[in-house]
Design a protein around this ligand. Structure first.
Ligand code: URA
Length: 213
């Protein structure tokens, strides 16, 4: 079942919940963690594209001509926030192979927890595209808010945000800064701790995905 409230969709499908539980386990291998993130990325992509506009087109089956639905030319950009956002990318591109990709390089200053930009590259026609911004952990939301600030500065108008885990504090900050951007997440956890980690969470998503612990 998928719950929707105040611009936040929790994709609590049994497959997503099961895979997320496996990812939370502290001894899960890097390989398995990466694979599961990729799989959940695919399932979240399915949900974030659920309301894409459709149009009818005439095709010819082996039996007859027939009017059938196709997606109505909505061009998409997938925008992973480096580096953990990359973990969702392959799964999403499996489902939407024609999507363009924007890269947004932001790191979290460990002292201030503020987002610092070090790279930004996006398609020039971003204003005409739906942009799906992705980062597994919506913790303080500093990176997510900064990424969406940057994308809006470049003209993006139709934005969505996808994460794996969100903290209530992050959702509040994100929705306060960008109330026009809907969020899709696999779960909303209890809280942030004093170091800005989501609890119970799964630790540092980037480190766990790339084996840099
Ligand atoms: N980023 C992570 O990777 N994990 C957290 O818990 C919070 C932010």
């Amino acid at each position: 079942m998928t719950t929707i409230s105040d611009g936040v969709t929790v994709v609590d499908h049994p497959l997503v919940r099961h895979k997320l539980t496996l990812m939370r386990e502290k001894d899960r291998s890097t390989k398995s963690f990466r694979q599961l993130l990729n799989e959940i990325g695919m399932l979240l992509c399915y949900e974030v594209t659920r309301d894409l506009p459709m149009e009818m087109t005439e095709i010819e089956t082996p039996l007859t001509k027939s009017m059938q639905p196709i997606i109505a030319g909505k061009k998409m950009v997938f925008a992973p926030i480096l580096r953990a956002g990359v973990g969702f990318l392959d799964g999403m591109l499996e489902l939407v192979p024609a999507a363009r990709v924007a890269h947004i390089g932001l790191y979290r200053d460990p002292n201030t927890l503020q987002a610092v930009e070090y790279y930004f590259k996006a398609p020039s026609d971003i204003a005409e595209r739906m942009v799906v911004v992705m980062d597994p952990m919506l913790a303080t939301a500093n990176s997510a808010v900064a990424a969406i600030d940057r994308l809006k500065e470049r003209g993006a108008k139709d934005l969505r945000f996808v994460c794996l885990l969100a903290a209530p504090e992050g959702i509040e900050r994100f929705r306060g800064a960008h109330p026009d951007v809907r969020i899709w997440t696999a779960a909303i956890d209890e809280k942030l701790n004093e170091h800005g980690y989501i609890v119970p969470g799964l630790g540092d998503a980037g480190d766990r995905m790339f084996g840099t612990r």
